[in-house]
Design a protein around this ligand. Structure first.
Ligand SMILES: NC(=O)c1ccc[n+]([C@@H]2O[C@H](COP(=O)([O-])OP(=O)(O)OC[C@H]3O[C@@H](n4cnc5c(N)ncnc54)[C@H](O)[C@@H]3O)[C@@H](O)[C@H]2O)c1
Length: 345
């Protein structure tokens, strides 16, 4: 397999993960790291990869075919558009941008450059999600009826030493819930309306610490999601699915999907269905699938290469990630206004 030149822009918390996975991916040649910070320079030097203070300098100098953009949300659009115009495909970290206008700009730039633009909703690349997606699509649940997702955990006090996390633009809706929204859309399809309530009663920050959300899907199913960063609880994907080594894995379910024929829990992939009879007096059967462990960040890097060389279609194209952003922004708007928000068709 020929090695494809890839660059990473932004070498902070998640940029480090991308650098690591790019170095380990057989089909990828990590040709540059662009990050103006001293830590970024030190990191690039420590792995013997050319360092650049600026992404444009990196593109002109080492000509990557694709770049991973792992910089703060507000910078995504400007950097992505520029890279696309310079001929590099982009894998933009989530959220695709912090406004819908910016997200649209990225989609349009990809179209005019005729290059792929993908977004790093890596949960889609998890084998657990891939299996769940196939089961739902194959009708194993029957007609989708409802789902419940929990995104509840306790962030330590020092997490909030960083000011933006306490202020408008921070908060668990925009930082964390977008992953769940994208994940639920991936399984049940588009969301058409959103209602929500938020509270900051425990932390008293400008942003919420807790939110409850009601979703209506285009397929007719309804969903509820609870998100809280102040609840001492194990029920959220980061802890339950074990995707990142920085979180201790908990052997619990956090997502519950039901249809007219069966139910499925995630990430434990417990499949509840009737073998004989069908009703609340009949006995339910439980089957569980234990999958091989998969590293979604590694899979995402392999997939990025395959998309660039035309072997695969993007699992999370920019236009789809824009709809996850729209639904997530609608949660904040619904809570603010107390109204049901209707999403674009
Ligand atoms: N998919 C995930 O699991 C996941 C996890 C964490 C963060 N994220 C997303 O990744 C992005 C980065 O988050 P983070 O927590 O790693 O942030 P961070 O603050 O730890 O790192 C950001 C880095 O970008 C660098 N940077 C800033 N402007 C730059 C520019 N113009 N050019 C090059 N480098 C620049 C900074 O110096 C810093 O090193 C955000 O969009 C965030 O939402 C995704």
């Amino acid at each position: 397999m020929s090695k494809l030149p890839i660059g990473v822009i932004g070498a902070g918390l998640i940029g480090r993960t991308h650098i690591d996975r790019a170095l380990k991916q057989p089909g990828v040649d990590l040709v540059g790291v662009a990050d103006p910070s001293d830590e970024g320079r030190r990191l690039a030097q420590s792995v013997n990869v050319p360092w650049f203070a600026d992404h444009d300098e990196m593109i002109r100098s080492v000509k990557p075919r694709g770049v991973v953009i792992a910089t703060p949300n507000a910078t995504h659009a400007k950097i992505a558009v520029h890279c696309l115009q310079r001929g590099a495909a982009v894998l933009v970290e989530k959220p695709i941008a912090d406004t819908l206008d910016d997200a649209r700009t990225i989609c349009e730039a990809a179209l005019s450059a005729k290059l792929p633009a993908m977004v790093g909703h890596q949960r889609r690349q998890n084998p657990i999600m891939q299996r769940a997606k196939r089961m739902v699509a194959a009708g194993k649940l029957g007609r989708p009826v409802c789902l419940t997702a929990l995104s509840t955990w306790l962030k330590p006090a020092e997490y909030f030493d960083t000011a933006w996390r306490r202020l408008k633009g921070g908060g668990p809706i925009l930082i964390n819930l977008i992953h769940d929204v994208d994940q639920l859309r991936y399984l049940f399809g588009d969301i058409v309306t959103v209602q929500a309530m938020t509270s900051n009663a425990v932390r008293s920050f400008e942003v919420e610490d807790t939110a409850v959300i009601l979703l209506r899907f285009r397929n007719g199913a309804l969903g509820t999601v609870t998100v809280s960063d102040t609840a001492a609880a194990p029920w959220n994907w980061d802890l339950s699915a074990g995707e990142a080594e920085r979180f201790p894995r908990q052997d619990v379910n956090s997502h519950f999907l039901s249809g007219t024929e069966a139910s499925l829990t995630l990430p434990r992939l417990e499949y509840w269905h009737y073998r004989e009879g069908k009703g609340w007096h009949d006995e339910l059967t439980l089957e569980r699938t234990a999958l091989h462990f998969g590293d979604p960040y590694a899979e995402q890097m392999r997939h990025f290469r395959a998309v660039i060389v035309g072997e695969e279609e993007p699992v999370c194209p920019a236009a789809d990630a824009m709809r996850s952003l729209e639904a997530t922004l609608a949660v904040a708007e619904a809570a603010r206004s107390g109204k049901e928000i209707v999403l674009s068709a």
